[in-house]
Design a protein around this ligand. Structure first.
Ligand SMILES: *Cc1c(COP(=O)(O)O)cnc(C)c1O
Length: 230
C-alpha cells in the first residue's frame, strides 16, 4: 500500500506545478479521491495521508463507506442518483455532483426541507452529448438553473462534467473550455443566490488539461489507488 503515498505525492506535486505555471494559488484545486470498488484499508491509508474528500458513484457503496469513516471524511456523490435513494444520503453528503433533472431537484428539495438543511449541488453537464452519459446539454443548463432557483433548499454551487475517455487533447480542451465559459456566463447573470464556485472536472486521464482550462475540483480514482478490480 506504499504506492498510495507515492501516488498522492505525485498528483499533488503535479497539480501544484500546473497551478504555479498558471499563477494560481497552489491549493486552489480540491482533490476528491474516488473510492469506488476500493477496499477499506486502502481508503483508511489515504485518509491517514491527508485525504479528506472521497467520492463514490453508488449510493449503496457510499453508505457503506460513510458507516466506516463517519466524520473522518467529506462525502461526494459523483454518480447518477436515483430519486428514491436521495433520502439515504441527502444529510450526509457534502456535495452532490450529479444534479441532472427536475424530478431529482424536486426530491432533493423535499428531503432537505424535511431535514431542515440546505443541500449543495453541482449540475452535471454532458458537453459532448454522449448517449452513454447522464447530464444536461450545454444549452439546457441555464433554463434548468432558472427552474431550480425555485427550490429553496438546494444551493447550486457549480458544474460538473465527465469528459469522453479519449486521448484527443484538443477535444478535451474544447469541452473543458466550454464548461468554464458556461460557468462564467451563469455568474454574469447575477441570479440571486447563485454564485457558481466549483467546476468539477478532470479525472486520472485528463485532470491536467481540465486544470489548465480552469477546473478547481478533480475526481481521481486510478491515479491514487491504482487500477480498479471490478
Ligand atoms: C470513477 C469516476 C472517476 C474517477 O475515475 P479515474 O479515471 O479512476 O480517475 C471520476 N468521476 C466519476 C463520476 C467516476 O465515476
Amino acid at each position: 500500500m506504499i504506492y498510495i503515498n507515492d501516488n498522492l505525492k505525485f498528483i499533488k506535486e503535479d497539480i501544484e506545478n500546473i497551478l504555479s505555471m498558471q499563477g494560481r494559488n497552489k491549493d486552489s484545486v480540491n482533490i476528491i479521491a474516488v473510492t469506488k470498488t476500493i477496499d477499506i484499508e486502502s481508503i483508511q491509508k489515504a485518509i491517514e495521508l491527508g485525504v479528506r474528500d472521497i467520492g463514490e458513484n453508488r449510493v449503496q457503496e457510499l453508505m457503506e463507506k460513510m458507516n466506516v469513516f463517519k466524520k473522518n471524511a467529506n462525502y461526494h456523490m459523483i454518480g447518477h442518483l436515483q430519486t428514491n435513494k436521495v433520502k439515504y444520503i441527502i444529510d450526509k453528503v457534502s456535495l452532490v455532483h450529479s444534479l441532472d433533472r427536475i424530478s431529482l431537484a424536486k426530491e432533493m428539495d423535499k428531503q432537505a426541507k424535511q431535514k431542515d438543511i440546505i443541500v449543495d449541488a453541482l449540475i452535471q453537464v454532458n458537453v459532448a452529448e454522449e448517449e452513454s452519459k447522464f447530464g444536461l446539454s450545454v444549452k439546457e443548463v441555464i433554463p434548468f438553473i432558472e427552474e431550480v432557483l425555485n427550490f429553496q433548499n438546494i444551493n447550486i454551487k457549480g458544474l460538473m462534467t465527465i469528459a469522453p475517455f479519449t486521448n484527443d487533447e484538443k477535444l478535451l480542451r474544447d469541452i473543458f473550455r466550454k464548461m468554464y465559459n458556461l460557468k462564467q456566463n451563469i455568474n454574469d447573470k447575477n441570479y440571486e443566490n447563485v454564485d457558481l464556485e466549483y467546476l468539477s472536472m478532470g479525472m486520472t486521464n485528463d485532470y491536467r488539461i481540465a486544470i489548465e482550462e480552469g477546473s478547481n475540483m478533480v475526481r481521481i480514482g486510478t491515479g491514487i489507488f491504482g487500477k480498479r478490480n471490478y
